[in-house]
Design a protein around this ligand. Structure first.
Ligand code: APR
Length: 235
């Protein structure tokens, strides 16, 4: 096998589970009692903006009570230490990767601590509640919405993701069920490109068969062990 130089890490809700943030499809998760169609589609936002804004207000407020776990810290340590290419692509909208110190990071499904202007498309940092009708500082329209990529919308930065996977030698997926595309298809892109592929997940996922190797267990144990192994091999 070629020595690893360029790495892409995809993370999902499982990486934040040990921090106390519920996953979507696990027991007790499931969108905190809401149906996806009611809170995470453009149609839901049009039909009941108060409900959709409140759903994300609660999730934004909950960030104050959680902290990065060992998996976030290990990925941030990898980011600091890895001399080659690295891109951490997260599907998560929490800020735990950046709080741990990761910088080579991209939020493909948006971010709770950001607001998106539906009128002009500008994204601005936003903490606290975001009531419907909040005004955009850039264009003045009363059109700010949660900066969350809803089902049916295009994830952010797909061109950067395509480039990074197209140039990686190792693709690692952490804590994602492999249920939602396009992220669920990244492992195939990595396989097509000839990269090694590794899954770190609590249980077998919809995509497990597509990885060269699948390690099962909590991210808080598996990710630090994998990062140690990688950095040790590098020395
Ligand atoms: N360590 C590792 N994996 C875990 C842990 C843990 N401590 N706890 C749970 N998991 C695994 C679960 O077994 C599951 O396979 O994490 C995965 C979480 O899956 P989902 O809840 O489906 O979350 P995710 O894959 O991130 O969802 C993708 O779907 O609803 C949309 O936009 C939302 O970004 C989200 C996308």
């Amino acid at each position: 096998m070629q020595p690893v130089r360029n790495i892409v890490v995809l993370t999902g809700a499982g990486v934040s589970a040990e921090s106390g943030i519920a996953t979507f499809r696990g027991p007790g998760g499931l969108w905190e009692g809401h149906r996806v169609e009611d809170v995470c589609t453009p149609a839901a936002l049009r039909a009941d903006p108060a409900l959709v804004h409140r759903f994300y207000d609660l999730r934004r407020a909950a960030l104050g009570g959680v902290a990065p776990n060992a998996a976030h810290h290990a990925l941030a340590a990898l980011d600091r230490a890895w001399p080659g290419g690295l891109l951490i692509v997260t599907q998560n909208v929490d800020d735990l990767h950046e709080r741990a110190g990761a910088t080579r990071l991209l939020h493909m499904h948006g971010a709770l601590l950001s607001a998106l202007c539906a009128a002009c498309g500008v994204r601005t940092a936003h903490a606290g509640a975001l009531p419907p009708g909040s005004r955009c500082a850039a264009c003045g329209a009363a059109a700010l919405r949660p900066d969350i990529v809803f089902f049916g919308e295009m994830p952010y930065a797909m061109d950067r993701i395509v480039d990074a996977i197209g140039g990686c030698d190792l693709f690692v997926s952490v804590g994602t069920s492999g249920a939602v595309y396009p992220a669920a298809g990244f492992v195939e892109w990595a396989n097509d490109r000839g990269a090694a592929t590794l899954e770190l997940n609590l249980e077998r996922s919809a995509g497990s068969d597509r990885f060269d190797e699948s390690r099962l267990g909590p991210a808080g144990e598996l990710v630090p062990a994998w990062v140690d192994e990688l950095l040790r091999e590098r020395r």
